[in-house]
Design a protein around this ligand. Structure first.
Ligand code: SAH
Ligand code: SF4
Length: 344
């Protein structure tokens, strides 16, 4: 195997590293040791690997990069939410958000520079996709943010800038490494991937062997409202998204989360709640209602609190499992893409 100079070492799967070492005459246990240093000790220089021969350390140094991100800006709010703007090696800017939950530390990671889906309510979609992040660059967000925080992160949501299913190969590599017992060993049930509804990828993902949670950004119960909010709905209309959810439920046997942002007078009316209940009836899903986080670039307002509660009540009366998310990090603009667009 030949490597382009200075590949990020976190871009290698465990098997990649084993093969790299084998081809250079090193035994497999060296890969165990190296991953121990990378993902358990979380070293920042190769020289810290004190049970690795100097020759191998030098080989690693000349073959791989260890640093992917530079912290540009950090913003912490009263509830402990920490939003970090990172610069990549090629100077693109991305964001990660750390949320303190009662059950542990949860991070929201970015998967692309910009996003091509272009939802009309979202600050991330303002910038067309410049490039995909590599799996190592996504992993590095967890490692760097743990360093800034001085604590371990135990939950991961793939809900930052970008459409993860539009970067599928790197996404699945990322998930495999962070779940790997020799990697970060984050439990599959502690990881959630959110998608705007890329139908063929949802079906492919149904066969992905890890029991990772799936969230679908639905935001509307019909094509008229959904297309106005998400132009991806023209390519994959709501019927196809529901079909893909059914397929996933059948194959993966895992409950699906439906994300639904509540926008004033757009998708938060009682009749829309009834329509949503009818659409989801009988499906093993759970609806996460999220009060919309207003962004300067979009013409939408957050749903009024009484309408949020009414929407919640209607779904409950129809026996749909639902939660109304308490907003977090509102004072520092925690919705995806906002810190970046403000900084520019
Ligand atoms: N591209 C993926 C994942 C990133 S967006 C997706 O769309 O699912 C993660 C979630 O944040 C999505 O449900 C998205 O609709 C939501 N979101 C985007 N902008 C928001 C805003 N201003 N307020 C509240 N939620 C927002
Ligand atoms: Fe992209 Fe998701 Fe934002 Fe839509 S909501 S523009 S898919 S990041």
């Amino acid at each position: 195997m030949t490597w382009v100079m200075n590949v990020l070492i976190y871009d290698l799967t465990f098997d990649d590293l084993v093969l790299f070492l084998k081809e250079r005459g090193y035994k497999k246990y060296r890969a165990d040791q190296i991953w121990q240093w990378l993902y358990k000790q979380k070293i920042t220089t190769f020289q810290e690997m004190n049970n690795i021969p100097q020759g191998l350390i030098e080989l690693l140094e000349s073959s791989f990069e260890l640093k992917a991100l530079k912290m540009v800006l950090k913003n912490t709010s009263e509830d402990g939410t920490m939003k970090v703007l990172y610069g990549l090696k090629d100077d693109h800017l991305i964001e990660s958000v750390l949320m303190k939950q009662h059950y542990g530390n949860s991070i929201c990671v970015t998967t692309q520079v910009g996003c091509n889906i272009g939802c009309s309510f979202c600050a991330s979609g303002l910038l067309k996709k410049q490039r995909d992040l590599t799996s190592g660059e996504i992993i590095a967000q967890i490692l760097e943010t743990e360093r800034l925080l001085g604590e371990r992160i135990n939950y991961v949501v793939v809900m930052g800038i970008g459409e993860p299913m539009d970067n599928y190969e790197n996404l699945t590599k990322f998930l495999t490494t962070i779940n790997h017992p020799k990697g970060l060993a984050i439990g599959a049930r502690h990881i959630t991937v959110s998608t705007s509804g890329i139908v063929p990828k949802i079906k492919e993902y149904a066969h992905f062997p890890l029991q990772i949670n799936l969230a679908i950004s639905l935001h509307a119960p019909n094509n008229e409202i959904r297309t106005a909010l998400m132009k991806i709905n023209k390519a994959y209309p709501i019927e196809q998204v529901i079909d893909a959810i059914k397929y996933y439920l059948e194959v993966a046997h895992r409950r699906v989360t439906i994300e639904y942002i509540l926008i004033d007078a757009v998708n938060d009316m009682p009749e829309v709640a009834h329509e949503l209940a009818a659409l989801l009836k009988g499906l093993n899903v759970y609806v996460n209602l999220i009060p919309y986080n207003e962004v300067i670039e979009a013409p939408y307002q957050r749903s009024k609190i009484e309408n949020q509660l009414k929407f919640y009540d209607i779904l409950t009366k129809h026996h749909i499992q639902v939660t109304l998310r308490k907003e977090q990090g509102h004072d520092i603009n925690a919705a995806c893409g906002q810190l970046r667009s403000q900084h520019l």
